[in-house]
Every structure is written in C-alpha cells, then in structure tokens.
Design a protein around this ligand. Structure first.
Ligand code: ATP
Ligand code: MG
Length: 393
C-alpha cells in the first residue's frame, strides 16, 4: 500500500526479523506506546522475546505473513536479507517501509553499485563476476582486490582478499561460483557512516557521520563525532547519502557506509536499509535514536531533527568475550565496566555465545570525544578486549 502512513501511538507495528536491531526497534516503539509483532523463525530471538507477539514462521511462509499483516497496521524490516518478496507480499495488505524494491537494491552489491553510479557517487572500481567469461575478463587493474558475494554477505562473511589472478580464480571457486563483485583494494584513511531517516513526504533528517574501526571485517569501535574527518568531507558524505536515499524514494532509516581514502577522497562502500550497528550510540548520545526515527518513519510521525547531546564511543561485544581459553564460558565482568562513568551496557539476550557473534554493545557517553574514548579504552581493558585503535588516546 502506498500513500501517507499514520499509526498513532497505541497501535501495533510489525517487524520482519527478530535480531538485535529488531529488539532495539521494539524497545523504541514500546516507549512511544506501540505494541509490536515480530516475525522470525527462531523460537528464541532477541526481538521476539520482547515483542507483544512473536510469530514463529519462515519469512516466506504465507500463514505467517498473513498473521503479521492481520495483527499490525504498518510493517518494517530489521535486516536486508529478508526476502524482498516477503515485503512485496505484505505491501499488498499494509504500508511497508522500506519498500521491497529499495531493499532489493541493498541486497545485491551489483545493483547497489549501479545505483551509486546513477546518483553520481563514486565507489571502489569493480567488476561483476557472474560467469566464467566474466571471471576471465576481470581487469588486472583491480588486483590486489576483494572478492565479495553479491548477496547475503555481512560482517565480512562471503569475502576473500585476492592478490593475483590465480587467487581470484580459486576464491571464486571457494565461494561456489555464485555471483560476486571484485573490488579494488583501496588504501583507507578511515571509514565513516551516515545514518538518515526519510519520510513518505521526502523530508529527511540525519545524524552527523560516525567513524568506524573494523577488526577482521567486523565493526569493533564507533566514535561520534568522527574525530579524523574534516567538516567539509563530512558534509559531502551527508549530501551523498541523502541523494542516494532520495533517488530510491526511500522511506525509513538508511545507513550509507563510506571510505575516506588515504588521498583524502570520499568513496561510498555499501548501504543498509535499516538502522546500523554504527548508529547504536544514538540511543544514549542523541535526543532521538536511529530506532526511534525508524518508528517515526514507519508510523508517519513527525521527523524532528535529532540533536547529539554527548560525545560517544561504542564498542561491540562479540561472543569471543564469553569464551575462555579452556573452551568454557564465562559472564564478562560487567560490574567493573559499569563502575566507569557514562557507560551504557546493551545486551541482546542471546543465549549462546559464539566467536564473532554480536552479543551486545557498550556505549560510553561523555562531555568530550577524548573523554569518551579514554573511558571506552579503560572499559576495553577491564574486559580484556584488544583495543582496536592502533594510535591510542
Ligand atoms: P557489514 O555488513 O558488517 O558492514 P560486509 O560484510 O557487508 O560488512 P563490507 O562493508 O563490504 O562487508 O566490508 C567490510 C570491511 O572490509 C569494510 O568496512 C572495510 O574495512 C573493508 N573493505 C571492504 N571493501 C574494501 C575495499 N575495497 N578496500 C579496502 N577495504 C575494504
Ligand atoms: Mg559494511
């Protein structure tokens, strides 16, 4: 269904997907008085556990989708790998934001890069590999590069660094010859993301760019405001993200990830049609979080410009933190980090800790970015987490 959405607080909102992003959406919605229905196949999902209703079904299950539409007035998604087809089916019954067509672009790196090009925003030089002929035609200039599956990648999964042509051929075979893009490996100065929200009427609001540090392909640390990026480059990233959203007539929260290259240029990496891990610090450091903006765009509530009231740093808490050398499991020493000023602990209620699994995050708010970083570093020390920054605060 198209047209203006209006779901007053007290109504019921639906979410496809029951992970941590859905859980934080549900928390924001409930605070505004909404009830939530979550559709997720997992009996014990982070969002399903806190929603008023958990529909345990596969994303393409007809009965499950019908029940979700019956129970709710408007529906969103919490991860991009929900089949776009499920969103399109739901859209025949209820307003759905973001739309299946926009999610379909974000689900496929080749479509996504074509969209960036159409918006005039540069991305890393790349080549689509979807056949033996396309593999043979890959330009040498893209090596050394990174081969990424076009679909279903996250947290660096479905990616292989390739130094030469032999490695490229081997990597494509290892990835079972599914459609991929080969990207040139760029020299990065740093990485930033822009999280924005766009309403049905085209109004957009955004957060200032967040600066992200990854470890082994997984986001480890976010600093906000971005300490190493000039205001003019930050403004350029915001303009590019807004153009990317507007040209899809996007409705909802969108995150656009950028590389700042060693030579100072800005290059778009990828986008996510939902709130983003890098935006989690907006819960504690802004007067309106990315999840509340998702609620507001979905319910057709006004989009007020969010205001950051604190500097912040966010540390991801991966399952490794629970796993000790003798392969037993321990609860990390939360009391020691909670004793630090400005620490906000968020745990997603996942029962099983696994290496690399996102179990929670920790945001530190402070009056200055230096203070936020210093306390975050001390929190990492108390948790015995490797500090992700090469240059220490
Ligand atoms: P997520 O969904 O967690 O954001 P992903 O699996 O979709 O991650 P990407 O964002 O494509 O993966 O890449 C993960 C990280 O790998 C990037 O944030 C960056 O640090 C590095 N990286 C990816 N592509 C390139 C590139 N072309 N040049 C240099 N570094 C890159
Ligand atoms: Mg990424």
């Amino acid at each position: 269904m198209t047209g203006p959405i209006a779901v007053e607080p007290g109504g019921t909102l639906g979410v496809l997907g029951g992970g941590q992003l859905g859980r934080m959406f549900v928390h924001a919605a409930q605070r505004l008085g909404y009830r939530c229905s979550v559709l997720d196949p997992d009996a014990d999902s982070p969002a399903g556990r806190v929603a008023e209703s958990h529909i345990r079904a596969d994303y393409l299950d007809d009965a499950g989708l019908t029940r979700l539409a019956d129970e709710t007035t408007a529906i969103t998604t919490e991860f991009e790998n929900v089949p776009a087809q499920a969103l399109r089916r739901l859209a025949s019954r209820r307003p759905v934001a973001p739309a299946g067509d926009a999610v379909a672009i974000c689900q496929d790196r080749a479509l996504e890069k074509a969209h960036f090009a159409a918006c005039g925003v540069p991305c890393a030089p790349y080549h689509v590999i979807d056949s033996e002929a396309a593999l043979a035609a890959a330009p040498d200039a893209l090596l050394p590069g990174i081969l990424k599956t076009s679909r279903l990648g996250y947290d660096g999964k479905g990616q292989r660094g390739v130094r030469d042509r032999a490695a490229l051929v081997q990597a494509w075979r290892d990835l079972r010859s599914v459609p991929c893009v080969l990207e040139q490996r760029l020299a990065l100065a740093c990485e930033i993301s822009v999280v924005l929200a766009r309403a049905v009427d085209g109004r957009q609001v955004h957060f200032a760019p967040l600066q992200n540090t990854h470890r082994e392909g997984i986001l480890a640390l976010t600093q906000w405001p971005a300490p190493d990026v000039a205001p003019s480059l930050q403004a350029q990233a915001v303009d590019a993200a807004m153009a990317i959203a507007a040209s899809m007539r996007y409705v909802g929260v969108l995150c656009v990830e950028f590389f700042v290259l060693a030579d100072g240029r800005l290059c778009v990496n990828e986008m996510a049609p939902r709130p983003h891990n890098s935006g989690h610090c907006t819960i504690d450091a802004s007067d309106c979080s990315q999840f509340e903006l998702q609620v507001r765009t979905l319910a057709g509530l006004p989009l007020a410009t969010p205001r950051a009231h604190s500097a912040a740093a966010m540390l991801n808490l991966l399952g490794d933190l629970w796993l000790v050398a003798d392969s037993s499991v321990r609860e990390p020493p939360w009391r020691e980090v909670l004793a630090l000023p400005g620490v906000h602990l968020h745990l997603y209620g996942k029962r099983a800790a696994r290496g690399g699994r996102k179990m929670g995050h920790l945001t530190v708010t402070a009056a200055t970015p230096e203070q936020a970083l210093q306390t975050t570093r001390e929190a990492a020390r108390r948790l015995a987490l490797a500090w992700p920054l090469a240059v220490t605060a």
